[in-house]
Design a binder for this molecule. Structure first.
Ligand code: PLP
Length: 395
């Protein structure tokens, strides 16, 4: 046998292991100090009551012969896709039921979607980046080029007509930078992709955090996107489904190339390799799109937003440059005093016992930057912010 040689080209990521190691070493040397983690990329609030009740009743369905479910449709139950369709309609987007595919989360679909693209595609990815985009393409042996996100462009790189790309990844609001494209900026990307005959793989995992009207919740709010984009959505951060697992992907019927239709190819791919998301989970997910549940979910999102606001206010007070904080649970800050990402990590850990994520771990352009997240508790965030203020105003 021959194993996939491309795996040799995947960069090892020591980021989270290194964070854990340095934090554990500090903790062992200072057992009396209380460490606050503002690096968490996972939600901490439990599922809302309306979801729990939908899950319970779905479990009951499985106990009775009349309501028991075996294999479901590859693309997801219609009751869930109808809820998703309605949600899109609220944002002014008309999506066909056959354009929606339910998944066990955005990460799987972001990786699996590459099955429908030939190896012979140039991939354009913004840097710094959510590592899944790069690693899945390197595994498949595809050529990856980067668009630099930096302080000058507000971590929102724009298309360069001189650069030729076939598959373009855009994540907005972005992980790790929290930066979000306006509708006008996205229109430029859509025009570029259509002109190139390229596809935009649009990661909307954080769309629920958007509050500003000039930002897009969906790339399909942009004219022309239906011929050049696929959108990946997740209930992970929206509704606390990181452990429950459910997301959805929208592939327009109009997305075609070389006489092949991307929507039909994806259905064929799913029918071949995927037997669907559990009925129980889809019932819980369908509740997310109902009004009562939406109110409860908004409460959780507001809770995280309040944390983000506390951190952003602290940066404003200290005069530190950052992106995110608004329309995003991430605050991406420029390390003060010219420190590198890891220097600042150590400085914050030693001086304030606060743990964040060094930006250098997300790509070349992340060096000198640092990510804080809003997924902690109010009390911990408040305490962390107060310690950061004390530490940084001393220097
Ligand atoms: N996309 C981005 C940008 C993310 O940050 C994450 C999770 O952190 C995902 C996708 C994965 O989402 P899911 O839990 O639906 O797989």
């Amino acid at each position: 046998m021959k194993l996939n040689d491309n795996f040799r080209n995947i960069k090892e990521s020591y980021l989270f292991a290194e964070i854990a190691e340095r934090t554990a070493a500090y903790s062992a040397a200072h057992p009396d100090k209380k460490i606050i983690r503002l690096g968490i990329g996972d939600v901490t609030l439990p599922l809302v009551p309306a979801v729990i009740s939908a899950l319970h009743s779905a479990v009951e369905d499985m106990s009775r012969e009349e309501t028991f479910k075996g294999y479901g449709p590859y693309e997801g139950y219609a009751f869930l896709r109808e809820g998703i369709k309605k949600y899109y309609a609220e944002n002014g987007v008309d999506v066909g039921l056959d354009e929606i595919f339910v998944s066990d989360g955005a990460k799987s679909d972001l990786g699996n979607i590459l099955d429908i693209f030939s190896k012979d595609n140039t991939v354009l990815i913004t840097d710094p980046v959510y590592p899944v985009y790069v690693d899945t393409n390197v595994m498949a042996g595809r050529k990856v080029i980067f668009a630099a996100a930096n302080e000058r462009n507000g971590f929102l790189p724009m298309p360069d007509g001189k650069v030729k790309a076939d598959i373009i990844y855009i994540c907005s609001p972005n992980n790790p930078t929290g930066a979000a494209y306006t509708k006008a900026q996205l229109k430029e990307w859509v025009d570029y992709a259509n002109a190139m005959g390229a596809v935009i793989l649009y990661d909307a995992a954080y769309e629920y955090f958007i509050t500003d009207d000039n930002l897009a919740r969906s790339i399909f709010q942009i004219e022309g996107a239906e011929t050049c984009a696929i959108e990946f959505c997740s209930l992970s951060k929206t509704a606390g489904f990181t452990g429950t697992r459910c997301g959805y992907t929208v592939i327009p019927r109009k997305l075609e190339a070389g006489g092949l239709n991307a929507n039909r190819l994806w259905l064929r791919r799913q029918a071949t390799k995927f037997n669907g998301v559990p009925y129980i989970v889809q019932k819980g997910a369908a509740a997310v799109f109902e009004e009562e549940c939406r109110k409860q979910i908004r409460g959780n999102i507001d809770y995280y937003r309040e944390n983000a606001r506390m951190i952003a206010d602290c940066m404003d007070e200290l005069g530190i440059w950052y992106t995110g904080g608004k329309n995003s649970p991430y605050i991406w800050l420029k390390c003060p005093f010219g420190m590198s990402s890891w220097e600042f990590f150590d400085y914050l850990l030693n001086g304030a016992q606060v743990v964040g994520t060094p930006g250098a771990g997300f790509g070349e352009n992340g060096e000198g930057f640092f990510r804080l997240t809003a997924f902690g508790s109010h009390a911990a965030t408040k305490e962390a912010v107060s310690r950061i203020k004390t530490l940084l105003s001393q220097k």
